[in-house]
Each structure stands twice: as C-alpha cells, then as structure tokens.
Write a protein that binds this ligand. Structure first.
Ligand SMILES: *Cc1c(COP(=O)(O)O)cnc(C)c1O
Length: 219
C-alpha cells in the first residue's frame, strides 16, 4: 500500500465534518511530500525541532499541528508558524504560548488536553484542573491564545467498551462547555481518535482525528 492509497481509503470513511491530521512524526520529508501531493494539508508532529525542520523544507500552505507534550522553553521555535497546539495541559504553558504568540503578532489556537485514560502515563488535565484553568483570571486576560477545543487519548487497550466510555466522558465535558464562549475560549474542535480507535472516536463525537501508522506505516 502507498501513502496516497492509504490516505484515500481513510478519507473515504471519514464524515465531512471530521478533519484528518496526518501524523508524520519520525517519518522522512519524502513521505510527507507524498501525502502532500495526494492533497493532504494538515500534518501532526510531536517534537518541536522535527516539526521546525519539516516546516522549513515543505510548502507553506501546510497547517502544522503540535500533538505532543510541549516543553515551555521550546514554544518559541514553533510560535511563528504552528496552527494548532493539541497538548496544552496547564496555565504556565498557556502563558508561554501567549507570550511567544504576542512577539509574532499572532493569536495561536490551542486545545486543552484532558486526561481521560486510566493509564498513569498519559498527560492532561483532570476535570478539576480544567475547571480551575478556565476560571482563572490570568487565563481570561490572555489576548494571544484562543482555546478552540479539547483533546484526549483513550487507554491503549483492546477493550472497546473502555475506549468508548473514555471518549463519551470527554464528549460530555466538551458539550457541557459549548455555551461558555468568551474572547479566548470557544470549544469547536474535539480531537480524539488515532489509527486504532478513530472509528469509535467519531461515533462518539470526535471531529478531528490524528492518524499516523494507518497512513505512513509503522514507526
Ligand atoms: C503518535 C500519535 C498519534 C498517531 O498514532 P497512530 O497510532 O500512529 O495513528 C496520535 N496522537 C498522538 C498524541 C500521538 O502521539
């Protein structure tokens, strides 16, 4: 199977309202080119340095999504061009993104990552931390970031009931904040679903899937 045919197969199964983020982490620029030539314009990377190098080499109409855990001291390297940061899990990180966005006269769109899996290792805010963050006065003052949605990762398990429940949980939180709209907060994007579980995610309300290995092959 080629990258182009994998992409076509996946796109055929996605509803119109679902955005496909092609997760190209660890893959060579040639692979991204192939996807680009097949029409793909949204790519996801999980390391800032790697994303920067690929951004420099590829056409400028690509939208770059940072899907990995972000270290504050590296935000400055992606601030000029990143389109969406999925893994925002704290006020300090948001403050740094806001500061760097301001330097570049930009407003950077972010998703808050919620911890929905039972595994300890997954990053993200729990419900209490999420509520505290969105009520925080410092958050409300930020002018150069916009929280446009939520992101979550389900437990890595073959038990689809567990995965389903975790996605339902995130969708409920998303819906509960739908009418809570301000200058820098409006939930429109629900980023959930990867190669192994994106069908379940879409059934449970996802409108952005992050798919790597089913497009580019194993890593
Ligand atoms: C790697 C990664 C993906 C894609 O995973 P696949 O199983 O290869 O589709 C999606 N989301 C995040 C946060 C990732 O790190």
């Amino acid at each position: 199977m080629t990258i182009a045919s994998n992409l076509a197969t996946i796109k055929n199964t996605l509803p119109q309202n679902v955005t496909l983020v092609a997760v190209s982490k660890t893959k060579p620029v040639a692979d991204l080119w192939e996807a680009y030539q097949a029409g793909q314009r949204v790519f996801g990377e999980n390391k800032i340095q790697e994303m920067l190098e690929k951004w420099e080499q590829l056409p400028k109409d690509i939208q770059w999504h940072m899907i990995g855990h972000v270290q504050s001291n590296k935000v400055k390297f992606m601030a000029p061009f990143v389109n969406l940061i999925h893994g925002v899990d704290g006020l300090n990180l948001l403050e740094e993104i806001n500061k760097q966005a301001k330097k570049h006269n930009r407003i950077i769109d972010c998703l808050l990552q919620l911890h929905i899996a039972s595994e300890e290792t997954k990053f993200g805010l729990d419900g209490t931390e999420f509520n505290a963050l969105i009520l925080d006065e410092n958050f409300k003052k930020m002018q150069n970031i916009r929280v446009v949605g939520l992101m979550g990762m389900a437990t890595f398990t073959g038990d689809t009931t567990i995965i389903e429940n975790e996605f339902k949980n995130l969708k409920n939180i998303f819906d509960s904040q739908k009418n809570n709209v301000s200058h820098n907060f409006e939930l429109k994007i629900l980023s959930m679903g990867m190669s192994g579980d994106y069908h379940i995610a879409i059934e449970n309300g996802s409108n952005m899937v992050r798919i790597g290995s089913s497009i580019f092959g194993g890593r």
